[in-house]
Write a protein that binds this ligand. Sequence first.
Ligand SMILES: [Zn+2]
Length: 317
Amino acid sequence: MTWKQNGIRHDTKNNRVRLSKGANHKEHPKAWEYILVEYETRPGVSVENLQQVRTVYDKAKGRWELHLVCTDEMKTPTTPGNETAGVDLGICNFAAVAYSTEQADLYPGNRLKQDGYYFPKEIAKCDDSDGERATRLHAKWSERRTHFFHSLAKHIVERCVEQEVGRINVGKLAGVREDDNDNGESKNWGRHGNLDLHGWAFNRFSNILEYKAKVEGIRVVEVPERDTSKTCCVCGREDDSQRVERGLYVCEECDAAFNADVNGAENIRLDLSKSNSESEPSLGGDRSTGWLAQPGVYLHELSCGFQPQDQVVDCKP
Ligand SMILES: [Zn+2]
């Protein structure tokens, strides 16, 4: 249940909130009936600009709670950097990020993938008498995904601040429906495969990234992802039959092999859809290419977030 502002009276002096009962919960629709709530806050925390009050059931604690939703104006850092980063989302590597400083990071999605096998299997084992266990497993699975998305977004934004990024280009996935949900089947999403994760996961992650970036004054912009996987980010050669093997993009023109997801991320950073007006000069033979083959790899640890890994994770597409 949610109370909006006109159903809330906030007594800031006495730390009390008065909530109107809905018409259908009162003896007479116009009767003055309220729920009076007293709250206590941690030192240094005050409840101001109360916008909403929500009832939320905490499964772990087995009890109902009231959540007070307040607006809080944040100072946006005045000057984010001027650089652009490119983010390519996928299955094997959940995210590949390319920076203008000729650095790239990979975030393998192996933990999500493992969960994607484990939880459905365990849930399928639950029969009708085990409904509660199935509910718990669903909740746990969803919690782990949310945790992954939040720590990933946080890590990428921190790296972007280090790299003086003011704009993050994210590849807009063609063929992913906006309304995909947890159970939705999404089709036609090409190279991203449709086995483990659905469009909603990418949408959800993009939203989290967007608001975490905003706090640092960084804009997140969706750019078309078309052709980013079959174009060489160094020489611009586009090839439909471009072979991606074992996660490597091989360019015959450059005579080089790059990490395929880093190549995609770099193309998204350069934004191929723009001719050249706003985008950086993309095509030039004098760029170094070593970094395209040797991205930093970060693996997710439940306890401490993303940690750099020395070894590159081998992943077959
Ligand atoms: Zn090339």
